[in-house]
Design a protein around this ligand. Structure first.
Ligand code: ADP
Ligand code: ZN
Length: 438
């Protein structure tokens, strides 16, 4: 990508908001007709809801259309939502889907370009340039992390090292030998890389690596601090989901104060997940996206199940595109413990606020005979804080339990385990073990 192309891509980030609205509307008009005329599923749903694309006369009318839920993608598995002839489809991806069938997503060549441009804007926004070397440790395959960062990095002109996830010792070795300056993977996997580097006596702080693009799972500001201090890098958020394209639906800028959404392509709404009514900016709810220019499988009002808040206050970077707060949770991750709603992210923030704790933790939920739920927080202390003295252990357990209760309102059993015993993941970390369903 030459500098003019990059410039024109980045200009979209700083666009006048009225002009943005016009562009969004022009694209929406086209995509709604396309979906209605070419994906029989949309026609059927909208006919049932008695709305036609022509009833949507501006962006403000979008809410008249019904939602697409994750279950709809499962019900139409594998190809039931495709809206172009097979010859136009150049790539398929699928989300892991924790239960049952995966969700399949198709891309035309132009769709891939839209996705890639999101990743380019993300990387460029962190300050990545053609002179950087990107170690891409997201998994390659049907999961969108690997190829998403790969294509985006390559389009920007970065040197991409397509190492994929896993083989952590080799990750550290190549990071050192190739002098990677940027790394991309899930934040939990990067922690694993940090631990491995320490075991190999490699000090990441002394290596050229300076930027991390982390996403694909919820993470907290506390986790960011841990990563930045231990690796001597700047850790940036990258957000996305398979249904909407992949990573690069939004990303933080150098100010690290919210994830800018590339809303000229991916139009966001926030709805109340109970009443399904749209909520104004500033209010927390479920994020819904409409893909404004993806043709193989347009997503019109797709419910992400991600809980967050959108806001328009100007960012010091000057970008005009809206920001969203960290994904607080996925509605499907919400735990209800004795009637109290708890998100794993809250517990993460609570336990990391106690000195000496590590971000390696798991939450085990069990149900007593009689129906009462219990939650156990199992976590590792940092090796230098680990002790086998009963008194020390008790003090930590009390402190951590207190913080968890303060932030979430629930009383959790806290168990400290030896460093290295919580299973490490090469992709998305599995934080919750819910034994109630077994
Ligand atoms: P799956 O649903 O199988 O996890 P995806 O790989 O498409 O499939 O994951 C998308 C989801 O991952 C998002 O809906 C969101 O819940 C989570 N996610 C992605 N990026 C981030 C991020 N930066 N912060 C928090 N959560 C994220
Ligand atoms: Zn900004």
């Amino acid at each position: 990508m030459n500098s003019d192309q990059l410039q024109s891509l980045s200009n979209a980030d700083y666009i006048n908001r009225e002009r943005l609205r016009e562009i969004q509307w022009q694209k929406l008009e086209v995509i709604l007709k396309h979906a209605y005329n070419n994906a029989p599923w949309y026609k059927e749903q909208w006919d049932k809801a008695k709305v036609k694309p022509s009833d949507v006369k501006s962006m403000d009318d979008l809410h008249k259309l019904p939602f697409v839920a994750k279950q709809d993608l499962r019900d139409t598995y594998p190809f039931g939502l495709f809206a172009v002839p097979k010859e136009k489809i150049v790539r398929l991806h699928a989300s892991s889907g924790t239960t049952g069938k995966p969700i399949v997503v198709a891309h035309t060549r132009e769709d891939l370009e839209v996705w890639t441009h999101g990743v380019v804007r993300a990387l460029a926004g962190y300050g990545v340039t053609q002179s950087d070397i990107l170690q891409n440790a997201y998994g390659y395959g049907l999961f969108t992390g690997g190829l998403g960062l790969h294509d985006g990095g390559q389009a920007l002109g970065v040197t991409v090292v397509p190492i994929s996830g896993g083989n952590t010792e080799r990750q550290v070795m190549l990071m050192r030998d190739f002098g990677a300056t940027v790394v991309s993977c899930t934040p939990s996997y990067f922690l694993h890389i940090i631990d491995q580097a320490e075991r190999m006596n490699v000090d990441l702080r002394k290596l050229p690596v300076r930027i991390g693009a982390f996403g694909a799972e919820p993470w907290s500001d506390e986790m960011r601090t841990v990563i930045e201090e231990r690796a001597g890098i700047k850790a940036f958020d990258i957000y996305g989901l398979t249904e909407i394209s992949g990573p690069g639906v939004g990303a933080e800028c150098i100010h690290q104060n919210g994830t800018h959404l590339f809303e000229d392509h991916f139009y966001p709404e926030i709805i109340d997940p109970e009443t399904l009514q749209p909520l104004p900016d500033g209010q927390e709810g479920e994020l819904v996206f409409t893909t404004l220019d993806r043709f193989a499988m347009p997503m019109i009002r797709y419910r992400t199940r991600d809980i967050t808040t959108l806001y328009t206050e100007p960012c010091p970077c000057g970008r005009t595109i809206r920001r969203m707060k960290r994904i607080k949770a996925r509605t499907d991750d919400m735990l209800i413990i004795r009637g109290v709603n708890v998100f794993p992210g809250q517990i993460e923030a609570a336990l990391l606020s106690v000195q000496g704790t590590s971000p390696h933790y798991q939450l085990i939920v069990t149900r007593e005979f009689g129906g009462l739920d219990n939650i156990e927080v199992r976590l590792e202390l940092l090796p230098e804080y680990f002790s086998d003295k009963i008194g020390d252990i008790e003090t930590y357990q009390r402190q951590i339990g207190h913080e968890v209760a303060r932030i979430t309102g629930i009383h959790a059993k806290v168990t400290l385990v030896a460093p290295g015993t919580i299973p490490r993941s090469e992709g998305k970390a599995k934080r919750v073990i819910d034994q109630r369903k077994i």
